[in-house]
Design a binder for this molecule. Structure first.
Ligand code: SF4
Length: 174
């Protein structure tokens, strides 16, 4: 039987680094061991949309979680995620396994174990210097807004799937 009945769900940029805020794009080959592991084990891949590109476009500045904790970003995230909740429910009903939801450590949207926070707002020119701006950023042990909402939507349906930062994936997880 060719249907592996196993699936992973990925943050969009894991297989499309073109969506990442400049200048942070990695070489796509960085993810090759993970993708190879999926394909060679007959594990299906579902790619989530990139909320930041969808909401703010490709010319966006880098942001922190505090800036995304607003109604528009949250409601848009929910709108992006709802069809995936339906698809997940359908697969689970048919006894497929969802092995994990893979995100990006430190992202204000897709971070799993860590995200970035800062009290940023307003014109960049109102800060003393770039150092003043960047020194305000702190990594905290929370999910980014998009993954936080994803987890909440799944909980509402009593669905539990492991959330894992792609950086923390190891081949021995096989
Ligand atoms: S919002 Fe998520 S998918 Fe988009 S670039 Fe950032 S981490 Fe990747």
């Amino acid at each position: 039987m060719n249907r592996g009945k196993k699936i992973v769900i990925l943050s969009h940029c894991i297989i499309n680094q073109n969506s990442v805020v400049k200048p942070y794009a990695k070489n796509g080959k960085d993810f090759l061991p993970f993708i190879t592991w999926c394909l060679s084990n007959n594990i299906g891949i579902i790619q989530l949309p990139c909320p930041e590109t969808g909401i703010l476009g490709l010319r966006r500045w880098g942001h922190v979680k505090d800036q995304f904790e607003n109604s528009n970003f949250i409601n848009s995230s929910i709108k992006y995620l709802e069809p995936f909740i339906d698809i997940i429910q359908d697969y689970l009903k048919e006894e497929y396994q969802i092995l994990g939801i893979f995100g990006i450590k430190g992202s204000p949207s897709c971070g799993i174990s860590k995200t970035c926070r800062a009290d940023w707002c307003g014109e960049a020119s109102s800060y003393e210097s770039i150092n003043d701006i960047s020194s305000r950023v702190k990594m905290v042990d929370e999910k980014g807004v998009f993954m936080e909402k994803f987890e909440e939507l799944l909980k509402q349906k009593n669905i539990s799937i492991p959330f894992i930062d792609i950086d923390d994936w190891r081949i021995e997880n096989d």
